[in-house]
Ligand binder design. Structure first.
Ligand code: ADP
Ligand code: ADP
Length: 237
């Protein structure tokens, strides 16, 4: 099993707030890793560090390294557009663009220069199928994405990420705005996608972490306090 993401002595400060302290972690590919811990312990900050989303926040300072496939994303000559193509992100609230279902999925491929209608059609169908959404939306691809249910919107957002063929998918509490049935469908989807992607999910729901993850990482006050295989961590002696 090869290591996809390698984090060494990583620290992050928001101004004087030391939000991540000396993070060392290796994440294997084709696995789901759950980041667990109380509110404010640094889970989202760490997740956003893996595609440099924190760069947009004023006063952020980092030290240490995060390698993805051997490249230090905090090193020199990192192109953020390329990084975010490789490392996609799904947020807590589903937020489709106010465009048609089709145009939401085609957005990323178009951004990366794909213009051919037939090719875009293929990508849209393949990606919506991969996100378990094709059968539900194939007859209304050109209607607004904003008319979909919350659960469908979250799968659409995931499809939008899958459409640019990322290698790593970051999810920040992706089910917290969903009802139980939509949550179950999303969890099934996550477990199916890990064959092809490296998935990192933030959750404060222990049952969810136990259900979907292969590796569990516990944060407290900006530090990793425990990590290991989920089946060992969640089995009480
Ligand atoms: P969660 O605990 O679910 O991550 P929060 O309520 O802590 O949600 O954060 C919501 C948003 O506010 C996030 O985008 C986070 O980055 C931002 N945020 C959290 N703490 C601060 C802060 N001290 N200053 C500015 N923004 C913050
Ligand atoms: P969690 O995701 O575990 O709830 P966060 O990563 O959101 O934790 O927050 C970790 C720490 O960083 C908290 O002290 C929070 O207030 C702070 N923080 C988070 N986002 C921001 C931000 N955008 N600006 C300033 N401080 C932030």
């Amino acid at each position: 099993m090869s290591q996809k993401v390698r984090v060494r002595c990583f620290q992050l400060y928001y101004g004087t707030n030391h939000a991540l302290k000396n993070i060392d972690l290796d994440l294997a590919e084709n696995q789901v890793t759950a980041l667990i811990g109380p509110s404010g312990c640094g889970k989202s900050t760490f997740l956003r560090s893996i595609n440099r989303m924190n760069d947009m926040i004023k006063g952020v300072r980092t030290t240490g390294t995060i390698h993805i496939d051997g490249q230090n994303i905090y090193g020199e000559k990192v192109y953020l557009v390329e990084l975010r193509k490789k490392v996609g992100m799904v947020f807590q609230q589903p937020h489709p663009f106010p465009l048609s279902i089709y145009d939401n999925v085609a957005y990323g491929p178009r951004l990366h220069g794909i213009r051919d209608k037939k090719r875009l059609d293929e990508i849209v169908e393949r990606t919506l199928t991969e996100a378990n959404l094709w059968d539900e939306v194939k007859d209304r691809l050109h209607r607004s994405a904003l008319g979909m249910s919350g659960g469908q919107q979250q799968r659409l957002v995931l499809a939008r990420v899958l459409a640019v063929q990322p290698e790593v998918i970051l999810m920040d509490e992706p089910a917290s705005a969903l009802d139980p049935i939509s949550t179950e469908r999303l969890e099934e989807l996550i477990m199916r996608l890990k064959d092809q992607y490296t998935i990192i999910i933030v959750t404060h729901n222990m049952q969810q972490a136990a259900r979907v993850s292969d590796t569990a990482v516990f944060f407290l006050n900006g530090e990793i306090v425990e990590s290991g295989p989920t089946d060992q961590i969640f089995t009480n002696p």
